[in-house]
Design a protein around this ligand. Structure first.
Ligand code: 13P
Length: 256
């Protein structure tokens, strides 16, 4: 299985800045065979960057998209419109769930819409600090997993990636804490257990599971060696060229 290193740029960079960053990234990024490098630019930069990117080195992801393909949905952009531009789509990110009130039903529709448009969904799940404190982590993970995958047919399950991002570990959250590799291992094990019970062993073992939450060059190696983790989803570190390149190098080293 490949290792996935995904940079979520969130609401950062103008179109011009994104293009300059991409130029530098492509210039410095070796072509790693087993490590898939992905960046998710702001939607407004997706189209120009899709013309600029070298897909042998780097893939692009959408940060958001609408679940209907066309119609009277003022202000929205569909995965149909991003077809051929985005290779991946981040869906169910905690910032979308909590700031924009996206629930599991909407997340499920977006996952299905991405697949329908040949875009690989990266389904994000994760508990908040208070859910963890109240011992609700397992329930939240189960609900978000089963809810988010509820509109995916069995035949399409192999097109899905899961990302575990504990909300309390995301760098922009007040008083964010680093998740320990053991804490990550425990939840990743739970994710695969829930998937095995619901969809069978084959999917549970083969689905890529990424970790995200304050990943940086000094902890990336530790997270990448957690059993069952197949990659990383980064925010802050993906905005700093050297850090993104360092983490790619770490991913290559960990694999070999
Ligand atoms: P940070 O790496 O800045 O904690 O962000 C994580 C994240 O939300 C990526 O989607």
């Amino acid at each position: 299985m490949k290792t996935y290193i995904v940079g979520n740029w969130k609401l950062n960079f103008t179109v011009g800045e994104a293009s300059i960053y991409l130029h530098k990234l492509l210039k410095n990024l070796p072509n790693y065979r087993d490590v898939e490098a992905v960046v998710a630019p702001p939607l407004i930069a997706l189209q120009p960057l899709s013309l600029q990117v070298d897909r042998h080195k780097l893939k692009l992801a959408a940060q958001n998209g609408f679940y209907r393909d066309y119609g009277a949905f003022t202000g929205e952009t569909s995965y149909t419109q991003m077809r051929g531009m985005a290779d991946y789509a981040i869906i169910g990110h905690s910032e979308r769930r909590y700031i924009f009130r996206e629930d599991d039903k909407m997340v499920a529709k977006k996952v299905a819409a991405a697949i329908r448009n040949r875009i690989t969904p990266i389904l994000c799940i994760g508990e908040t600090e208070s859910e963890r404190a109240f011992g609700e982590t397992a329930d939240v993970i189960r609900d978000q997993l089963i809810g988010g995958l509820s509109e995916v047919s069995d035949d399409d399950l192999d097109k899905v990636i899961i990302a575990y991002e504990p909300v309390w570990a995301i760098s922009s959250v007040k008083a964010a804490k680093l998740a320990t590799p053991d804490e990550v291992a425990e939840v990743v094990k739970l994710i695969r257990k829930v998937l095995k019970e619901t969809y069978g062993a084959e999917f549970a073992e083969s689905v890529p599971v990424l970790f995200g939450g304050s990943v940086n060059p000094s902890n990336a190696g530790a997270y990448l060696t957690v059993p069952g983790v197949n990659g990383l989803l980064m925010g802050g570190s993906s905005l700093i060229l050297k850090e993104f390149l360092d983490i790619m190098e770490t991913a290559k080293r960990v694999r070999s």
